[in-house]
Write a protein that binds this ligand. Sequence first.
Ligand code: HEM
Length: 386
Amino acid sequence: MASVVLLVLLVIFLTLFIKAAYEIASCYFLTPRRIKKIMENQGVSGPKPRFLTGNIMDMACLVSKHTSKDMDLISHDIVGRLLPHFLTWSQAYGKRFIYWHGMEPRMCLTETELIKELLSRYSKKAGKSWLQQEGSKHFIGRGLLMANGDDWHHQRHIVAPAFMGDKLKGYAGSMVDCTSQMLQSLHDAVELGQTEFEIGEYMSRLTAHIISRTEFDCSYEKGQQIFYLLTLLQNRCAQSSRHLCFPGSRVINESLRLYPPASVLPRMAFEDFKLGDLHIPKGLSIWIPVLAIHHSEELWGKDVNEFNPNRFATKSFSPGRFIPFAAGPRNCVGQSFAMMEVKIILAMLITRFKFAISENYRHAPVIVLTVKPKYGVQILLTPLSS
Ligand code: HEM
């Protein structure tokens, strides 16, 4: 009897062991190899991966080499600095190529038509990969940004109304209040003799102040006051357009084009689907290099690396080439909030101060989760009234 029990236990143990071994082999070797073959058969190839680490080391070396120094000039030509691997591999393998993040195959996609199709049509068939969720759980948690499927749908349904319509308009008052407080503290510092400010720090504190007031404190201003503040905002925006010689929104768009905070948009295929002429196999990660698309000469013309807000004067450019907030059902839920906030802050700031870049500013954009100025942004402020 004992030997029968032992035999049964042995069979169970062996079955579990073989199952686990197969799952590991499938996850780390068989599936990636199968995906590689499928994509190669469609003409999509890329740099040779190393065992287990894929192309991670190549990427890390290229990025650290290119970001080790500041840029010589305040140049907006930053793709070679921030995504050097993208430049190297797209030159060698073309618009679509595959590289390996460890054992995860990632296809880089830059064709705007396909990007549009992926983000709008396949928002449920492609989402955030397990690797991304695990990698980001300690700093952004398990919220909406990293959710998938029904969980994402449920969370989005709850969160979205907080950033829409009347709710959004109701935040204008708090945004104006918080910005006024910040302007006052800048004024106070100027009065005490300070001329140079690291404005990035002020902006981080201000946006944190606004989000905590608007999203966590529901007692927003009453209707009449909101109406008054919106009128004030309109006037300020109009005033700021006069100072800048073009409407403020174009300046904001052009800044988001040159320095999109989210430099890449990742999506993983949860099932097989067809994307344009491509068959996308389940398990393939698709990476949209937003920064490179925003700096593509083919899409934006010869002056692509120049700050030219007037390029946004016409709305008739092809969709998919300007995607700072992503697109489709999984776009940024805070887009309208962020745009309203930046318009209010910018309008209020430029009607109170004249500002110029300080000679202490070092142009060294880096990617630390988002695109950032490595040493902050030092500016010189002079109150306009003086
Ligand atoms: C200039 C400012 C902002 C930019 C450029 C931006 C950009 C983006 C982008 C590109 C995504 C898509 C990420 C992806 O799917 O991989 C995203 C998603 C998201 N953003 Fe923003 N964002 C901004 C401000 C905000 C603000 C102010 C909030 C909230 C107060 C916010 C909340 C979110 C959330 C919750 C998601 C996840 C949406 C989803 O997956 O359904 N964002 N954002």
